[in-house]
Design a protein around this ligand. Structure first.
Ligand code: FNU
Length: 218
């Protein structure tokens, strides 16, 4: 089972990264690593990964600025995470057209994993998601209720879900609640044996998914 997207917010040894690349379903790179490593450093890290490279910049700006930002990174990765709350016209619509042209995918944030996020916004965010028709969505593992709602509203979208381990959700729970992949960072890169941890998490994911499927058919 390969349902882990590694959130690499801190550098890992190149040798370990090389071994990890074949064990995970993708890698997510965000501001912490970009600012630490610079673009040249990021290029070197990504040499180990050949697909499903997701840039998590949580873009939230006017169209031309987001297009400029993604232009700098489009040759390095496959997908971009974008905030839905900025709205469609003169923002996400134009970025989506640009990314489609470049053959890049967009994930929209449907809800966030931290306590301060307010899901009263969701009806509006849902409308923006419908208008945009992105490739996928980010939805939190920490709040199963909204994750299940997002899955029900957008059953055909790929859902990637953060909040596992360090933020409190249990490995495998997001998969049971409708996510396609679990985004995991600190619990992997801070562990003494990141590869062993990934293999152990994959086993737990498989067990949890089997349990959930059995519970559904009961
Ligand atoms: P870890 N992330 C998140 N919550 O945690 N992109 C969200 O709602 C969201 C995210 C990212 O806690 C976060 O920035 F939309 O160490 C980090 O890179 O496992 C990763 O998911 C979680 O990392």
């Amino acid at each position: 089972m390969n349902k882990i997207i590694l959130a690499l917010d801190e550098p890992l040894d190149y040798k370990i990264l090389k071994d990890i690349s074949s064990q995970v379903a993708g890698i997510k790179i965000g501001w912490p690593l970009i600012l630490e490593q610079g673009l040249e450093g990021i290029k070197n890290i990504l040499k180990n990964f050949d697909n499903n490279i997701i840039f998590d910049l949580k873009l939230a700006d006017i169209d031309s600025t987001m297009i400029k930002i993604t232009t700098h990174l489009k040759n390095l990765g496959d997908s971009f995470i974008v905030h839905a709350f900025v709205g469609y016209n003169e923002s996400i619509r134009e970025l989506k057209e640009f990314l489609d042209k470049e053959n890049k995918k967009m994930y929209l944030v449907s809800s966030m994993s931290h306590k301060g996020w307010n899901d009263n916004f969701y009806p509006y965010i849902k409308e923006v998601i419908k208008m945009t028709n992105p490739y996928g969505l980010v939805a939190p593992a920490t709040r199963p209720k909204i994750l299940k709602t997002v899955k029900k509203d957008f059953p055909e979208k790929i859902i990637i879900s953060p909040g596992i381990g360090a933020q409190g959700a249990k490995i495998g729970d997001a998969l049971c609640n409708g996510a396609n992949y679990e985004i995991i960072g600190r619990s992997i890169y801070n562990s003494k044996d990141p590869i062993g941890t990934i293999l152990e998490f994959q086993k737990i994911q498989e067990e949890r998914l089997n349990e959930c499927k059995r519970a559904e058919t009961r």
